[in-house]
Design a protein around this ligand. Structure first.
Ligand SMILES: [Zn+2]
Length: 310
């Protein structure tokens, strides 16, 4: 049984049944712990990966079509790249690139306060690949704030014109890594380039909506990490506890799994895309070509004789 899931919900406020705020709550544990364990990163890097995966899971679960949602943070600090992606079916994976010798990356994961020091200045990119239409949309925002969720929050608020709040957190427990993300978003009738209308205009909230939004944000801010990160506490219980007064409605959960999209065929196609000279440059003395997937660490072996000599 997977313990890793995203639970969508919405809030109607204290009257009526019209959804006014959409929400997502994610908790990743055993599936994510497998991904992180395979990489063998230090605790600090593992903690960042765990938060990145939680963030990716809530953002990916907002896609209403077949596709892949990718989150990539790039900076000039000790951690140069954090990358995670997830399909509409919940297949997730991640990797990090970093300076192995940097002392900041040793020791215990201390949560988000370390993020600006670890990643330095840089940017976070959000990419949506539509599987059916082959269209791609990318948004970029400056890497700013102590939480990974902060950059995502400001991207939605500025670029997408959607009032949004995202909290992310991660912790190493005796049963492995646990991470969580909680997202709230005003359901606007316009806005949101990622979804439909490329030319949407920002929408002002009326007073009642503004009150509801601020109450929801305050309640969201009161959530305890012990709740979000406790694997035995149901996500629906957290939603009802937090937003009891705001008409919470929970929707079916989406399971999230440790699953990479790499394949023999894709690696072969990548090698075929190189020239014979380039292949010879990366081959060992016996003509062997070993390719390890940077996401799931699967190693695949080919030889130069598998490919045309040009
Ligand atoms: Zn792979």
């Amino acid at each position: 049984m997977t313990t890793d899931m995203v639970l969508p919900f919405y809030l109607t406020g204290d009257e009526g049944s019209q959804p006014k705020i959409r929400g997502r709550i994610a908790r990743l544990h055993t599936q994510m712990d497998q991904i992180i364990g395979r990489h063998g990163y230090s605790d600090v890097v593992s903690g960042l990966c765990a938060e990145t995966l939680a963030l990716t899971s809530v953002l990916s679960s907002m896609m209403s079509f077949e596709g892949v949602f990718t989150v990539q943070a790039k900076g000039d600090g000790a951690v140069r790249t954090l990358m995670a992606d997830m399909t509409d079916e919940g297949a997730m994976r991640c990797y990090a690139a970093f300076d192995e010798d940097d002392a900041l990356l040793q020791g215990a994961y201390q949560g988000p306060a370390l993020l600006p020091r670890l990643c330095g200045s840089g940017y976070m990119a959000f990419t949506v690949d539509h599987q059916v239409t082959n269209r791609r949309y990318q948004g970029i925002v400056e890497l700013d704030g102590p939480h990974l969720g902060d950059a995502a929050t400001s991207w939605y608020n500025s670029s997408e014109q959607l009032k949004t709040l995202i909290i992310t957190m991660a912790e190493k427990t005796s049963s492995g890594w646990v991470s969580s993300a909680l997202l709230l978003q005003h359901i606007a009738t316009s806005g949101g380039k990622m979804t439909d209308d490329l030319y949407a205009q920002p929408e002002e909230m009326d007073e009642a909506m503004s009150d509801l939004w601020h109450t929801a944000m305050t309640l969201c801010g009161s959530v305890k990490s012990e709740e979000l990160l406790e694997p035995s506490l149901g996500l629906d219980t957290i939603i009802y506890r937090l937003f009891n007064a705001l008409g919470p409605h929970v929707q079916p959960a989406k399971m999230v799994t440790d699953s990479c999209r790499c394949s023999d065929d894709k690696v072969r196609a990548m090698l075929e895309g190189l020239s014979a000279t380039q292949r010879a440059d990366v081959a060992d003395e016996a003509g062997g070509l070993a390719v390890a997937c940077e996401f799931c660490k699967t190693e695949r072996s080919f030889t130069l004789s598998d490919f045309a000599a040009d």
